[in-house]
Design a binder for this molecule. Structure first.
Ligand code: PLP
Length: 363
């Protein structure tokens, strides 16, 4: 298939902006007249330092990150932060509150249990993670070292539409699958982290944005590579950072700015997902899975109720160039991931195909 014939609904790694890919292709073998690819240059070179600094500045501007907070570009994926967060923030004998609203939050809570006491502040597992608990339903410990939640549940297709109120307890948030899709009041968070491969860049860089006052209290056994204080002091370059991915993030941020930044993206993504949900609400064949108030604008989950028909849909859609619509194995059904770089034409094509499929299956 040609790229032009395809819309890629992959949950991650996922579609990147055409403009970013075109620019990377043009500069692949010779970055800015350096005679080198970004993949080939020293991370200590002036060439790369400029890429690093400008990418960091663009991210700070895009999310309006206050001076109290540092931006780190780390390796190891979002999953490594499941360990780094408790190692750095839990303290000796401390405990932390976790909202378990999906697979990744659960994995994070299980990892944290190795390092301290984990309290489950909420668990949506009673309804297969189809909803987000309300503020009143959160069982909060005022002495918790932090409150942890996952802003967008990539697998189940639910998204928090409010920021939890936790008093003096710092908020820690996994924003891997919805970062840069809307404005965020970064100052309200102790720590935000996100793997790049959903909305930012190729897999390989993890963005961590943290309140600097939280660093410096890591457990003595914390590996150096996971120590926020060390990484702040070394500006993410204790060792070789994921250079290429940082460069790609910079290109994505240029594109984001051309879309009106995160405010522009919020309008675009709401309209894009809104179209698909509107169709799902009227369809007699396809049903949305997540509860209405908890719907994610990034990952839209749905099903027919018949697993054979679901499989046929995924297969026929792929043949028509609508790729990667199979739901995650723990959730079943289908999932259309509509990250920032998904053009609205992709949703239009998906809806048109679903309507056709619906008619063909005589509902
Ligand atoms: C994809 C994802 C992860 C896991 O990311 P890795 O980089 O593969 O470790 C964690 N949390 C969320 C919300 C995700 O979407």
């Amino acid at each position: 298939m040609n790229r032009e014939e395809v819309f890629n609904f992959s949950a991650g790694p996922s579609v990147l902006p055409e403009a970013a890919l075109d620019r990377a292709a043009a500069e692949l073998k010779n970055y800015g007249g350096s005679g080198m690819s970004v993949m080939e240059m020293s991370h200590r070179s002036a060439w790369f330092q400029e890429i690093f600094d400008s990418t960091k500045a663009k991210l700070r501007r895009a999310l309006d990150v206050p001076d109290s907070h540092e931006i780190l570009f780390l390796q190891g994926g979002a999953s490594t932060q499941f360990s780094a967060v408790p190692l750095n923030l839990m303290g000796e004998g401390g405990s932390a509150d976790y909202a378990v609203t999906g697979n990744f939050a659960k994995l994070a809570a299980q990892e944290a249990e190795k390092y301290g006491a984990v309290r489950v502040a909420a668990d949506s597992g009673d309804k297969n993670h189809t909803y987000i608990p309300a503020q009143e339903a959160l069982d909060l410990d005022p002495k918790a070292r932090y409150f942890y939640y996952c802003a967008n549940n990539t697998i189940y297709g639910t998204e928090w539409h409010y920021v939890p109120e936790t008093g003096d307890v710092p908020l820690v948030c996994d924003m891997s699958s919805n970062i840069l899709s809307k404005p965020v009041d970064v100052g309200r968070y102790g720590l935000i982290f996100a793997g790049a491969q959903k909305n930012m860049a190729p897999a390989g860089v993890t963005v961590v944005i943290l309140d600097k006052s939280l660093a410096g209290h890591a457990h003595p056994l914390t590996p150096k590579m996971l120590d926020y204080d060390l990484m702040i002091r070394k500006d993410s370059m204790y060792n070789t950072p994921p250079c290429w991915c940082i460069y790609m993030l910079g290109l994505t941020l240029d594109w984001l700015e051309s879309q009106g930044g995160v405010a522009g993206m919020e309008r675009i993504k709401s309209a894009r997902a809104g179209k698909l949900y509107a169709y799902l609400d009227e369809s007699r064949l396809f049903q949305p899975i997540a509860e209405t108030e908890a719907r994610s604008d990034m990952n839209v989950t749905f099903r027919t109720g018949d697993t054979d028909l679901d499989a046929a849909f995924v297969k026929e859609a792929a043949a028509a160039g609508l790729l990667n619509l199979k739901g995650h194995r723990v959730a079943g059904g289908m999932r259309a991931s509509l990250y920032n770089a998904m053009p609205e034409a992709g949703v239009d094509a998906l809806i048109a195909f679903m309507k056709k499929f619906e008619v063909e299956h005589h509902v």
